[in-house]
Design a protein around this ligand. Structure first.
Ligand code: FAD
Ligand code: SF4
Ligand code: SF4
Length: 499
């Protein structure tokens, strides 16, 4: 399959734009629907197998103007309902179409704190782009207006031009707020609460702030410089960030409130506890949770061979178990870390895979080998306890389960062996139990997630929570939205003077 270069895509878009200029604007809906959906320029698939550099290169200016013209400016704007933070999508797209990028990013920023991040990693095809009228009219969600890519363009432009301003902070109120966890939920709360003039201290267990944006999502999908810039903005606003600080170990949550003088707290500790298959051999050397594998690679920079302080297990043949975004990230990371073969094993078919279609496509382009209707039964090792193989079972699809997806049914007697030296388990994450176990009176549900009210407040007055620790493993934009809601409630509470 030919791989169009960025220049080729730019030239094609420019030719279309020139043709439009010669004709009549504004365009009729039928003409807008006839414009081609703009392809995202990407790095060459062969070259990127050895590179951590971002795969998606971002639209060119001609592409962005053309893509914006595909928007029908629907009066009911179904796309806005699909965005968890309700960005005024038609308005920002109109601004781009008019060539007013500064206005576009200003509109986005009214609702979203992290547009450069969300423009890259939001599962747009199941959020804002899912109900888009263009996609519906063309009977293909893949041809909806590329809202996320437009958002990324104006966010990058703002960042690269140095126009990103530090938000103003009101005069000190004397109130103190503890934010636990520095992922998207914590970052949002810290910014929104600090703006009101409250002192904010962010506590992060890892040595680097950013949560999954830093340790989970790989550099080739989300450059870490973008995340660090958001962290630097927080610092510039006066937020103090304490890293290597595990709330529940270094200090208990209630001690922060009762002994250390914090007036309120927000728990945004995420869902960092990996789920395992619970099959024989899972304790062998060479079996990783996706979290450990990606954390070593991303946060500890294990790919920087010879220099990284925490080198990673060298692999030749890798099996990744799972079909979500985390599985795709792990498989693509394994390719970049030098594995000769990377096998992705999923017990349903590609149609049921929860991973983003784009990520599946990228993984295939990079040479990840997909095995559908298959699952691991047992990990096999040698006399030194090192992985040598994976016993797998074949599956077929049965009647739908509670999720509505066809149930995978084992085919008896279909066992066979795959020769691998590394197994990465990427079948989901649960909430870390530490804070729950060390905080008396903190209500959690049966999955261990913290229970909150409509304001994001937990069973302990003055203690709020949001993001994955409340929702279970979810998305960046949902975590950010929850952070916004809790920050507004904290600000109201502190303005009222009650705790
Ligand atoms: P997190 O981002 O998990 O941050 C929580 C932070 O709290 C962590 O830094 C953790 O170290 C810290 N912490 C935990 N316990 C303590 C403690 N006791 N004391 C102090 N600090 C603590 N979502 C998308 O929208 N798009 C994607 O493409 C996408 N890809 C993903 C890929 C991977 C590999 C993973 C793992 C997740 C992905 N997600 C994606 C999900 C998304 O990243 C999360 O939903 C989101 O980051 C949740 O944000 P959060 O702020 O709730 O928690
Ligand atoms: Fe779409 Fe995410 Fe942007 Fe909302 S924040 S408009 S869901 S890309
Ligand atoms: Fe534009 Fe699609 Fe939103 Fe309609 S639904 S306003 S076409 S982005």
């Amino acid at each position: 399959m030919s791989h169009p270069t960025r220049t080729q895509l730019e030239q094609a878009a420019q030719a279309q734009l020139d043709a439009l200029k010669a004709g009549q604007e504004p365009l009729k809906p039928r003409e807008r629907l006839a414009l081609p959906a703009q392809e995202m320029p990407t790095r060459d698939p062969i070259a990127r197998r050895k590179s951590m550099q971002e795969v998606a290169l971002g639209y060119t200016e001609a592409q962005v103007r053309l893509e914006a013209r595909r928007c029908l400016q629907c009066r009911n704007a179904p796309c806005v309902q699909g965005c968890p933070v309700r960005i005024e999508i038609p308005a920002f797209i109109q601004a781009i179409s008019d060539g007013n990028d500064a206005e576009a990013i200003a509109i986005i920023r009214r609702a979203s704190l992290l547009p450069a991040v969300c423009g890259r990693v939001c599962p747009q095809e199941s959020q804002c782009q899912l109900p888009c009228t263009v996609g519906k009219s063309l009977k293909d969600v893949g041809k909806a207006v590329m809202i996320g890519r437009l958002e990324r363009y104006v966010a990058d432009l703002e960042r690269e031009s140095g126009a990103l301003a530090t938000p103003a902070v009101k005069s000190p109120t004397g109130k103190r707020v503890a934010v636990i966890g520095s992922g998207p939920a914590g970052i949002t709360v810290a910014a929104d609460v600090r703006r009101e003039g409250h002192e904010v201290v962010m506590f992060e267990a890892f040595h680097k702030p950013g949560g999954v944006l830093m340790y989970g999502i790989p550099e080739f999908r989300l450059p870490k410089a973008i995340v660090q810039q958001e962290i630097e903005t927080l610092r510039a606003m006066g937020v103090r960030i304490e890293t290597n600080f595990v709330v529940g170990r270094t200090r208990k949550l209630l001690d922060l409130l009762e002994k250390d003088g914090f007036d309120a707290a927000f728990i945004g500790s995420g869902a960092g506890l990996p789920n395992f298959m619970n099959i024989p051999g899972e304790n062998l050397v060479g079996v990783f949770s996706a979290n450990e594998y990606l954390t070593r690679a991303n946060l500890m920079r294990a790919y920087d061979k010879g220099r990284a302080e925490t080198p990673i297990y060298p692999s030749r043949r890798v099996a990744v178990l799972g079909g979500g975004n985390v599985a795709m990230d792990s498989a693509r990371m394994a390719v970049r870390l030098g594995a000769e073969e990377v096998h992705l094993i999923y017990r349903r078919t590609e149609a049921e895979m929860p991973a983003r279609v784009e990520e599946v496509g990228h993984a295939k382009e990079e040479g990840v080998i997909f095995h559908m209707l298959e699952n691991a039964k047992r990990v096999v090792g040698d006399e030194y306890g090192r992985v040598t193989g994976l016993e797998c079972l074949c599956y077929e699809l049965g009647a739908p389960d509670k999720s509505g997806r066809p149930r995978p049914v084992e085919i008896a007697g279909s066992e066979f062996m795959r020769e691998v030296d590394t197994v990465i388990v990427a079948i989901g994450n649960s909430s870390n139990p530490l804070i729950r176990q060390t905080t008396a009176g903190l209500e959690t549900d049966k999955r261990g997630n913290i229970v909150v009210d409509a304001d994001g407040q937990t069973s302990i007055p003055g203690v709020y929570a949001g993001g994955d620790i409340v929702l279970g493993a979810a998305t960046v934009i949902l975590a950010m939205g929850e952070g916004r809601r809790a920050a507004a409630a904290i600000n109201r509470r502190l303005a009222g003077g009650t705790l």
